[in-house]
Design a protein around this ligand. Structure first.
Ligand code: ZN
Ligand code: ZN
Length: 82
């Protein structure tokens, strides 16, 4: 199950579980669309894996399977200027 991290690792933008513009790698490093498709070139800066659009979790299931609230930030690994 995805943990559904709440923010972009690069720019710290909020990415709620209903956000359509969240991108993740296979380790669930999480980025917003502008970082993922822009400076990162749809490649994860942590593991080198591809970034794909994260599926949304239906609201009805969020009560039972809540999204993560642990914010992860790794600005230093992001492309310069990001
Ligand atoms: Zn971002
Ligand atoms: Zn990764």
């Amino acid at each position: 199950m995805l943990s559904m991290r709440p923010n972009c690792e690069c720019c710290d933008r909020d990415l709620g579980p209903g956000a359509a513009e969240a991108y993740i790698c296979s380790f669930e490093c999480t980025f917003c669309e502008s970082c993922a498709t822009g400076s990162l070139g749809t490649r994860c800066p942590n593991c080198g894996g591809e970034l794909v659009r994260r599926p949304r979790r239906p609201l009805a299931l969020l009560a039972k399977y809540p999204a993560s609230v642990d914010r992860v930030l790794s600005r230093s690994r992001c492309a310069p200027g990001a």
